[in-house]
Write a protein that binds this ligand. Structure first.
Ligand SMILES: Nc1ncnc2c1ncn2[C@@H]1O[C@H](COP(=O)(O)OP(=O)(O)OP(=O)(O)O)[C@@H](O)[C@H]1O
Ligand SMILES: [Mg+2]
Length: 434
């Protein structure tokens, strides 16, 4: 009897865990419109009102949503569009065009994409247009249905908006803003960008046609709010099928977030970057260790995830170097210490290395110069050293001036964890005599 019960328990547990995993993964990895939007109520309202005015009253608008990477610009727009589409008369009437500066790299491609998204390829056919403006006007005219009140509003969502300013003459932006200012087809232009100086990037004639409406997303929450977001994102919803599990899970989350060590990790992350994308990455890493035998997240999972997130990728590369390459880096470190960070060349590094080898002739193997050169070039490939920009490009390989892209702390940390590092090499790194 008890055996059967145990079996049933572990079965439901297994199911429970996979459901928990699915819920958390969806929250942290998917840009789902069903997810929660934190701390942007005001901006949400502002954008929704604005787009409603275009969609329902046929009023043209333009707006920029400005905020650092991962601050939720795309998510906010998705949420607002979803809400907007819930209104029946809007859903039946409005058209959306989504452009992205990374994909539509010039105005010709952008125009083709606009035509495609508006389903006007057949209408355009083989027509040849004199200018971009003519073409765009034709497209918008084609959408018109009688008078202005009945013409079809179009929402233009331009993600990575700052990339569009590099298009020739900023033609697309000029024309979109121009239409949004004049009494033609009602359109709303929404630009999403992480450049705070976006207004300076626009040409004067483009800028003057822009409405200067801006919505800022600045991750302006304090640590308390940040902790609350963690709690909300980790907690299970009341609709979770296994009621008894919800309580246990949520209680664990509560006590986890009260743990001082966990708070330290989160505080660290908070001070490093407040954006929720990096926070969710951290929580995702922590929650990925959940299994049937380890069903609750604990403090060490979060500490481990914190370490992972802050791992230095350069130190990782040093970890995989050969001892010779490591020696060259130490030689460069000494050169940097001696000459106060002035650039060096291969010959200087080689001399430094030779001096070390001669001092330790009985323990360290001396490599030939071409071999050392090869190792040096490998470091260049790995971008641990970088040529100084300028006219030195035409000099001989040995005399090309280079900078080391690692600082002393990174080198010393990497040496600590380097497997089987010869003692002499370690001592050489820490010694001030070179
Ligand atoms: N205010 C927020 N509420 C909830 N989740 C958020 C919020 N801000 C960011 N996120 C999370 O961060 C992820 C990234 O957000 P999003 O893609 O909207 O950022 P973005 O500002 O568009 O960044 P980018 O400039 O790189 O395009 C989202 O999928 C979401 O999980
Ligand atoms: Mg985005």
């Amino acid at each position: 009897m008890s055996k059967r019960k145990l079996k049933e328990d572990s079965f439901t547990n297994g199911e429970c865990i996979s459901k928990v995993q699915r819920i958390l993964r969806e929250r942290f990895c998917h840009q789902s419109q069903n997810g929660k939007l934190f701390g942007t109520e005001l901006q949400y309202k502002q954008l929704l009102e604005l787009l409603k005015r275009t969609a329902i009253n046929g009023e043209s608008n333009s707006v920029l949503i400005i905020g650092p990477r991962g601050s939720g610009k795309t998510l906010l727009t998705c949420h607002v569009l979803k809400k907007l589409m819930e209104v029946k008369e809007v859903r039946e009437n409005i058209l959306q065009v989504h452009l992205n500066g990374l994909l539509q790299t010039n105005d010709k491609i952008a125009l083709k994409e606009i035509t495609r998204q508006l389903n006007l390829e057949n209408v355009v056919g083989d027509k040849v247009f004199g200018s971009f403006a003519e073409n765009l006007t034709f497209l918008l005219e084609a959408l018109k249905r009688g008078d202005r009140a009945h013409s079809c509003p179009v929402l233009f969502i331009l993600d990575e908006f700052d990339l569009f300013v590099h298009h020739k003459n900023q033609t697309l932006l000029y024309n979109l803003f121009d239409v949004s200012q004049s009494a033609q087809t009602p359109i709303a232009v929404v630009g999403l960008t992480c450049r705070l100086d976006i207004l300076e990037l626009m040409e004067k004639r483009v800028k003057s046609r822009f409405s200067h409406r801006q919505i800022y997303l600045m991750n302006s929450f304090d640590f308390k709010k940040y902790l609350n977001i963690c709690k909300e994102q980790l907690s299970l919803p009341a609709v979770f099928p296994e009621k008894s599990f919800i309580q246990k899970w949520n209680k664990n989350v509560q006590s986890l977030l009260e743990d001082q060590k966990v708070q330290d990790v989160l505080q660290n992350q908070f001070h490093y970057s407040k954006d929720l994308r990096s926070l969710f990455m951290l929580l995702m890493l922590a929650s990925s260790s959940i299994t049937v035998s380890h069903p609750y997240i604990n403090a060490s999972d979060l500490l481990e995830a914190g370490k992972h997130c802050r791992m230095d990728s350069k130190a990782n590369i040093v970890h995989g170097l050969s001892v010779l390459e490591l020696c060259l880096i130490i030689a460069m470190k000494h050169l940097n210490d001696t000459y106060g960070g002035e650039p060096f060349n291969f010959q200087m590094v080689y001399n430094e290395y030779q001096r070390f080898v001669q001092r330790k002739a009985h323990t360290v193997y001396s490599f030939e110069k071409p071999v050392v050169m090869k190792a040096y070039e490998h470091l260049l490939h790995l971008e641990l050293i970088k040529p100084v920009e300028g006219p030195s490009m035409c000099t001989q390989r040995e005399y090309l001036l280079m900078n080391l892209l690692l600082d002393n702390n990174q080198i010393m940390d990497a040496l600590q964890v380097y497997p089987n590092c010869p003692t002499d090499v370690k001592q050489w790194a820490t010694s001030s005599v070179n």
